[in-house]
Design a protein around this ligand. Sequence first.
Ligand code: HAM
Length: 437
Amino acid sequence: MAVLTNAPKGTQDILPAQSGRWQYMENTLLRTAELFGFREIRTPVFEHTELFQRSVGDATDVVQKEMYTFEDKGKRSITLRPEGTAGVVRAALQNGLLGGALPLRCCYLISAFRYEKPQAGRQRQFHQFGAEVFGPSSPDADAELISLCNEICSALGLEGLRLHLNSIGCKSCRARYYEALRAFLSARADKLCETCRDRLEKNPMRVLDCKSPICQEAIEGAPVMIDYLCEDCSAHFEGLKKRLELLGIAYTVDPGIVRGLDYYTRTVFEFVSESIGAQGTVLGGGRYDGLVEELGGAPTPALGFAIGLERLLMQLEACHADFPEENRCDLYIASSGEEAQQKALQLCTLLRQEGFITECDCMGRSVKAQMKYAGKLGARYSTVLGDNELQGGSCTVKNMEDGTEHTVRLDGFTESIYQLLLEGVYNGIIEADPSKD
Ligand code: HAM
């Protein structure tokens, strides 16, 4: 395959024809999160590898198999971020944000990188919108975060997602669970993949989300964490369910959700679609009460989620959600001759300063070819400038949809176009061309 004209496997171009949908999703996500008090944070695309080893976890698929890690020229081990949470926690610690007013609420739009087997909804470079909250330990915060996910769905007109909810407890209740899970898995060790046999001792819960089909079969009937919750974790989970019911947010308790990253404690959740194929988890998140401390900060409860934008778009298209109409050219000014071309350029500049999308010729094409191009652009209005128009001081502006034409004077052109495009009224400077009645 030609290297120069083919992007690397697992990456995707977002072309001009699609970028409007992406901007719409991104703006809606940021705006909805803003309503809950989130402000955007931007962190580097790459971090020290150790950050992900310590946070996402040494025994996870992400760290063991999927990271884009390289040595830079200074011989540091660097990794392209496989997710956003670790970088946000690092940035919050480095910049003393957790010593300020809590709760701290940050959100982000990022590219992330995982060396996975590409398929529909699974790429090596993908995009996430994420939100993180630092400070609160009460289930009120969990419910509020899930409520943000719900509001995002409403704001985008997203249908067909189901909230799956679980609790994977804390360090103390997990010890007892690990014992039971190890006993169950050890009896089937010969049916596990090699990586999972290693994981048995280190972190048996990672076996539960191994993607290998042989492991998936071997874990059938394994004990589930939710049956081993300590009193506090259990009360937290009950508290969350009660609040979700109060908010009218439907959920399914799904003991199978363990998430693929090590930092989670207590609440974990996913919004899952049935209509976009095998990679149906559009959104995933949960609490990570131990991560700030793990990375060197004071113990700070925290929680968050991330949405995969590629999967979000697939789901929006699958449920035939409405996307706003794309912005298009308001006025195309065709020209014939150098003087007219320069006038067109001048008028375009003035109109752009007023916020109108305007284009004129920069290819030296015939008026006919320019008008063909204006048609392809889907321009709302067009006009042609030539010697006659320059001498007469006015031109004919044509509505490209209904064909109506208006004579518009060149002095005061911007004001006239403003009225024509935004208000559809004329103050005398513009006159409907009587000869066209
Ligand atoms: P995650 O479940 O690994 O969680 O990823 C979140 C979402 O990113 C997934 O539900 C999916 O939509 C999308 N995603 C993940 N991998 C890929 C891929 N290879 N191709 C396309 N989309 C993908 C996290 O990343 C956590 N940081 C979420 C979080 C934030 N938890 C707490 N705070």
